[in-house]
Design a protein around this ligand. Structure first.
Ligand code: ZN
Length: 355
């Protein structure tokens, strides 16, 4: 082998390698070619092994040619690598492109349960008349739930409440929010304006209008000189705030052991406006709550002198108030937590949440 053979081999290697470099389809293929041609055991090194058989004066010339070939190949690899990496980046940017005009995914917002919303609305209305909201315990004793409200152990009125008893000496799940009257009277000095919303329990067969758990709002006002006229004026204002300023209201005689006299409070039918329809049993009126003047015995149990103080109390079923407001016919819907039902109240809940 002489000088011209070696320089010819180097030129052939260069030409062939440059073609394959330019044809490399991706960065990995290019790296394989680089290793094959320029690596320690690569083809360039292989050609240069023949240098040992040359005369000493020719060796530097072959070395110079080899360096030129190496530089040319390195240049070709760098250029092709730049092209390939640029193309790969372009492709990735195309596939990962973010379309800023795509609408965002909607965020599901929660809202108040219609029962909570109704309780807040009731509390808002009475709050404007100075009523302060209190909470009483859901587990009560027989004394506060019944006896101090003038319902003796053998009183026939106990048939009104099918009670769920807790298995601890005389404790029970409150059957109404009325025991809160006793708790407020024994802990607060008159004048009293208290609102007591809360969950109540009764042993009931569950149907469209009966539940074993339900919500009531109790109201109590006690002061010197409180009269039935104060009660009537307050409830009339309440009904107008809730159902519309044009709504007529009326009192009817009623019966509760803890009020005397007792009344049922009616608002004119929200469906027919008073002319009579199936919703109001053709009476033109709908009963929304029960009320009355606090019985003197109850005032005494509350630690107040009935000769000096008078008071009135009222109690309403929250589900009934909500039913009339939203035209819901089955109170089981409030307990089932079906979002198809609850979502219909989202708009109202948002208004409440924004306040
Ligand atoms: Zn009607």
């Amino acid at each position: 082998m002489d000088l011209s053979d070696l320089t010819r081999d180097l030129a052939a290697l260069r030409d062939e390698a440059v073609l394959s470099i330019e044809a490399a389809s991706d960065v990995a293929a290019l790296e394989a070619i680089e290793l094959d041609v320029l690596g320690k055991k690569g083809r360039l090194t292989g050609v240069l092994r023949g240098i040992g058989g040359l005369p000493a004066e020719d060796r530097p010339r072959v070395g110079a040619v080899a360096n030129i070939v190496r530089a040319a190949l390195e240049g070709a690899i760098a250029a092709r690598g730049g092209d390939l990496r640029g193309a790969a980046l372009d492709a990735r940017l195309r596939t990962e492109a973010i379309d800023v005009t795509t609408p965002g995914r909607p965020i599901r917002r929660g809202s108040l349960h219609p029962i909570n919303e109704t309780i807040r609305e009731i509390a808002d209305i009475f709050g404007q008349f100075g009523f302060v909201t209190y909470e009483g315990p859901e587990v009560e004793d027989d004394l506060t739930n019944f006896q101090m409200l003038n319902i003796a152990p053998d009183h026939p009125a106990r048939d009104l409440w099918d009670t769920l008893y807790v298995d601890i000496d005389g404790q029970l799940l409150r059957t109404h929010t009325s025991p809160g009257q006793i708790r407020v009277m024994t802990s607060t000095a008159p004048p009293i304006r208290a609102l007591l919303p809360g969950r109540c329990y009764r042993y009931e067969a569950i149907d469209a209008s009966h539940a074993s758990e339900f919500f009531q709002v109790e109201g109590l006002m006690v002061d010197e000189g409180t009269t039935m006229a104060d009660l009537k004026g307050l409830l009339d204002q309440f009904a107008k705030a809730l159902y519309g300023a044009d709504k007529r209201t009326r009192f009817r005689p009623g019966y509760y052991p803890f009020t005397e006299p007792s009344v049922a409070f009616d608002v004119e039918c929200l469906v027919c406006g008073g002319s009579g329809c199936p919703a109001c049993s053709r009476s033109g009126w709908m009963t929304i709550l029960g009320a009355g003047m606090v019985h003197p015995v109850v005032l005494q149990y509350g630690g107040l002198d009935p000769e000096r103080y008078q008071g009135f109390a009222f109690g309403m079923g929250v589900e009934r108030i909500a039913n009339l407001r939203h035209s819901v016919g089955d109170l089981r819907l409030y307990m089932e937590n079906d979002l198809r039902f609850l979502d219909q109240f989202v708009a109202a809940g948002r208004v409440e949440a924004a306040r």
